[in-house]
Design a protein around this ligand. Structure first.
Ligand code: S3P
Length: 440
């Protein structure tokens, strides 16, 4: 019997102290993938021990890679080399994780064995044509459902893929990374041009593993001429997890919070830019580079926010942070308008509709549009909202409790475990009055 988790949040409070949020999800996935394909032993520190990244880890174990850990975020991966993966005995179940499915589809298209990728209900409803179509042009053989969704049946076409020069119609790091991984097994050059910058962790980590990748403006290219050499990886804290507390401290009077060792890769820092445009007081301290990725401590104190028109160029740089940014907008003075963010409709849930519905239940004037939302800031009331199994929706409404004038109940929170299992304990320690109940 599946258990359901409900969060009960009492209104008010402030966030104080310091914390280190868990490791970056995107980098954790990629550390397993590239560490497995490398020659030699890769040690990973700061790995995110949450369901999504663990799904990737299990998939590689299923393909014969020996991985020790994780213990306290530390892993040892015994790389099998670029051609060392083995046929999995069963379907590879990837849970809720779009990153696992999209990146693996590219990697597995060029293997010498067949595979089947499956996922949970949410993942099985998400669009996969964005990867299967360009992969088909490369010569891949992937069968999806008629709607273009998982399960994906992949017939390995080792030695038969050909590079393409692909202009991505959407700004997606998952599509870009999928094609780069396929390109490691294709004849000729595989190039991907992005319409706007997206997270570049794959490119950085490939470089860290000594695999040649060429970046020219917004175009990145790769060939099969290369090998991955094991390299140690220190995964910084996930700015997407830090974002809940950046917003929480910005909206709750009296807050003063420091978040340590957060990844501040410029393709991920849109949330800081947007909050600062709204008037937030966020300091970036002790900037340093760790394993090819920029890292800093973030100090945030309460500051009254004002509504803004969110610049569209910041959308891909804050793509996972909009649920909680909508909460910031609900607490701001005046109107906030988001446009150019239709991608939010195909995330773990339809984040435009689900957030608008929930905010309206809490008495906020939030009007969804096709590609964004218009929110009139003011007060947040109490009520019962549903997260629709979307981790970031559940955590965003929890943070809303800091400025609500009545209790908020959030249903369907089990998927917080996909990215941030420590959220409820950490939020409580920092000052949010949150109680979590499991119901069978
Ligand atoms: C991710 C890319 C983004 C992001 C997701 C993680 C990645 O997805 O929303 O949470 O690790 O590459 P899209 O590529 O669909 O924008």
């Amino acid at each position: 019997m599946s258990k359901s988790i409900t969060f009960y949040v009492q209104p008010g409070g402030k966030l104080q102290g310091e914390a280190r949020v868990p490791g970056d999800k995107s980098m954790s996935h990629r550390s397993i993938m590239l560490g497995s394909l490398a020659e030699g032993v890769t040690h990973v520190k700061g790995f995110l021990e949450a369901e999504d990244a663990l799904a990737t880890l299990q998939a590689f174990r299923d393909m014969g890679v020996e991985i020790e850990g994780p213990v306290n975020g530390e892993l040892t991966i015994h790389g099998v080399g670029k051609h060392g993966l083995k046929a999995p005995k069963n379907d590879l179940y990837l849970g809720n994780s779009g990153t696992s499915m999209r990146l693996l589809s590219g990697l597995l298209a060029g293997q010498s064995f067949n595979s089947v990728l499956t996922g949970d209900k949410s993942l099985s409803g998400r669009p996969m044509k964005r990867v299967t179509e360009p992969l088909a042009t490369m010569g891949a053989n992937i069968k999806a459902t008629e709607k273009g969704t998982a399960p994906l049946h992949i017939t390995g076409r080792a030695g038969q893929l050909t590079g393409i020069d692909y202009a991505m119609p959407i700004a997606s790091a998952q599509v870009k990374s999928c094609l780069l991984l396929a390109g490691m097994y294709a004849q000729g050059v595989t190039s991907v041009t992005e319409p706007a910058p997206t997270r570049d962790h794959t490119e950085r980590m490939l470089t860290g593993f000594s695999y040649p990748v060429k970046q020219e403006g917004n175009k990145v290219s790769i060939t099969a001429e290369g090998r991955l050499t094991a390299a140690d990886i220190d995964v910084p804290s996930d700015i997407s997890s830090a974002a809940f507390f950046l917003v929480g401290a910005s909206i709750a009077p009296g807050s003063d919070l420091t978040l340590r060792h957060v990844g501040i890769n410029p393709t991920r820092t849109g949330v800081i830019d947007i909050l600062r445009l709204m008037g937030a007081n966020i300091e970036v301290l002790n900037e340093r580079t760790v394993g090819g990725e920029p890292v800093a401590d973030l100090h945030v104190v309460y500051s009254p926010l004002k509504g803004i028109d969110i610049p569209e160029h910041l959308v891909p740089l804050a793509i996972d942070e909009f649920p909680v940014l909508f909460v910031a907008a609900a607490c701001a003075e005046g109107q906030t308008r988001l446009t150019g963010a239709e991608e939010l409709r195909v995330k773990e849930s339809d984040r435009i509709q689900v957030m608008a519905d929930g905010l309206q239940i809490l008495g906020v004037d939030a009007q969804p549009t096709e590609d964004g939302m218009v929110i009139q800031g003011g007060s947040i009331g109490g009520g019962e909202v549903i997260s629709h199994g979307d981790h970031r929706i559940a955590m965003s409404f929890s943070i809303a409790g800091l400025r609500a004038n009545a209790p908020i109940t959030i249903h369907d929170c089990e998927n917080v475990n996909t990215s941030f299992p420590e959220f409820r304990d950490l939020a409580k320690r920092l000052g949010l009055d949150l109680v979590c109940k499991e119901e069978v």
